[in-house]
Write a protein that binds this ligand. Structure first.
Ligand code: ZN
Length: 213
């Protein structure tokens, strides 16, 4: 069955992603944001590290069971199978109005097969991707609260300064990196979910596999 997963050249590209550390992968993700076209690579790497660590720090104070977390948050996890469309792949989506996380099992199954094919099971144990996908969305949801301001202050992109008053701006893509850091820590993954997300996007022929703007 693995022969149909993806051409060997694509799988080689996926395997090569693992040579980059998690911060480098996150910096590469930030670099895909149009708003960062003029930024120095060191700046993006710094922001990538700060955003991921902020997510991990939040997760250390939260419970590890994503289903319990979702219940406490009043969220429902809904099973779906609409995550693979031409040029597009998404494992989970958060819908604020319905207060639900939609989990796409077609994309999730593809990710699980990819983990086996690439020999990444030690980093992503059986069942962990599903939990990570739900937890990732819970991480995004945290950023609807005070955590967003904390993250902006940590990132330190000053957009306004007058005397002792300064305001911090939004760093495009930082919420996504935060959510991956949150999920990695909460689910005890050996590598950031950003790695399998990048690989999944390559196999699905999508530019990225992110789930929000
Ligand atoms: Zn996301």
């Amino acid at each position: 069955m693995t022969a149909t997963l993806a051409p060997d050249a694509v799988l080689d590209d996926c395997a090569a992603l693992a040579d980059l550390d998690d911060t480098a992968l996150a910096a590469r993700f930030l670099a895909t944001q149009q708003v960062h076209a003029h930024r120095a690579p060191e700046q993006l790497r710094h922001w990538a590290g700060v955003a991921a660590e902020a997510g991990r720090a939040q997760a250390r104070t939260a419970g590890a069971d994503p289903r319990a977390q979702a219940r406490r948050s009043g969220l429902t996890v809904v099973d779906a199978a609409d995550g693979l469309r031409p040029g597009w792949v998404v494992v989970a989506e958060y819908h604020e109005r319905q207060r639900e996380v939609r989990l796409h099992h077609d994309a999730l199954d593809l990710a699980e097969r990819l983990v086996d094919r690439l020999g990444w099971r030690a980093w992503y144990p059986a069942g962990a991707l599903r939990d990570a996908a739900v937890t990732h969305e819970l991480g995004h949801r945290l950023l609807h609260g005070p955590a967003a301001r904390e993250l902006r202050a940590r990132l330190g992109l000053v957009t306004f300064r007058l005397g002792r008053v300064q305001r911090y701006g939004h760093v495009g893509g930082a919420h996504e990196v935060f959510a991956h850091g949150y999920a990695q820590q909460a689910c005890g993954l050996g590598r950031s979910p950003l790695l399998i997300t990048h690989a999944l996007a390559l196999v699905a022929g999508a530019r990225t596999a992110k789930d929000d703007g």
